[in-house]
Design a protein around this ligand. Sequence first.
Ligand code: LLP
Length: 482
Amino acid sequence: MTGEPWSTGVRRGPDGVVSVAGVDVHALAAEHGTPAYVLDEADLRTRARAYRRAFESAFAQIGAGVDVYYAGKAFLSVAVARWVHEEGLRVDTSTGGELAVALRAGIPGEHLGLHGNNKSTAEIARALDAGVGRIIVDSLVEIDRVADAVAARGGEPAPVMVRVTTGVHAGGHEYISTAHEDQKFGLSIATPPRPASEQVAAGPTTSADAAVNGAAVNGAAVDSGAGDSPAMCALLAVLARPELRLLGIHSHIGSQILDPSGFEVAARAVLTLRAQLAERTGVLVDEVDLGGGYGIAYLPGEVALDPDRIAKDIAASVQGSARDLGTPLPRFSIEPGRAIVGPAGLTLYTVGTVKPVRLDDGRVRTYVSIDGGMSDNIRPALYGAQYHAEVVGRLAGPETVLARVVGKHCESGDIVVHEVQLPADVRAGDLLAVAATGAYGRSMASNYNHVPRPPVVAVADGATRVLVRRETEDDLLALDQG
Ligand code: LLP
């Protein structure tokens, strides 16, 4: 039991007992209880470093700078924010809550980004207070919202990137693919056919209208006629507001991507838009962010994207695109989340019941109920995500059964592992680990059925440390006003 999908610190001893970074699962369960998210600190740090080094060295080869932002939505706590920052990464946040954690961790504002397709005025104000290095705007309305906030408070123009969609659809489930057109994120680079009735006839009232109707950029009138894409309109709208500094263009094409070509196609589209903006306005933006989405292994035999390989491929591709376009390379950034924290985590459960169920085709499926479920890992129910599980507390016989690992929640879709071979003698009291749950497990956890959320326990060099404590019934009751 070593190698993907388990973190690098996972070992199975001769007695069958599994340990993580030198701490065995019985000790973990005794000290912290189950279910528990277990995070292998060295593994996480190594992955963070590997991504930073791979991209820095590949982009240095083509003479371009690059910053790696850790996408905090995958999992964020004060300690994790510090670890990735110590490894030379910046932190990408997508809500005021994530921003609060990163600030509590002491990450300097200029190393933070704020995303979100519907940032509140309070979130924008907080980001400005913190002096975040970039606010990634996602709509024309938001451009004015950020600019108005800056105008009201005074001070330096806010550094802004515009999130665009390139039409590249990549990654696993439809809900986690974000750059095809029929979804809420970003502004399309495609020029829409616009019925005359939709065109704005009156003079501009906001910068968004200005961008649609024609805006003054760098003192020169720029006609952004009806033929412009929403992305171009947004870029012009940012340039039209003196309270904003247009830092660059952002593209995120999806998540759990295992085929690297989508990144290259999207990067070319973004660089082309950048060149078009320069031709139009004389403004060649400094930065291009290619988002996150780097896929990992969830099952034995699956192969994660290799950071060295993907960094080299993307670097070669953007170099070619920039050469074809005749524009100098910008500074790049990327935002991996899952690839940093996903494989570093596992969830430790205790088996409660085992129930054989005869299927229509005559097979028997063994339902193994654990003490957590869809409240600590919604991904199988939400996306049909596949996971791998093993009995980790003892030696098991060679006989296996077709098993389904299910939770304790009140619905039949409460499945954690759809199908896995488990030892035929799997029984109540067994410790069971599910691999690669570090990303989007705790961060998407809920209190469904008033089940308190499990702790996140870090393990390093034979010692454990609670990063996020277990929720208690008192925590839940504290919110209930009676
Ligand atoms: N940057 C942006 C703008 C994003 O929207 C995301 C993820 C990332 C970076 C990080 O993507 P990653 O490298 O982690 O794939 N809950 C889903 C994933 C949603 C991802 C949303 N955006 C899941 O459990 O698979």
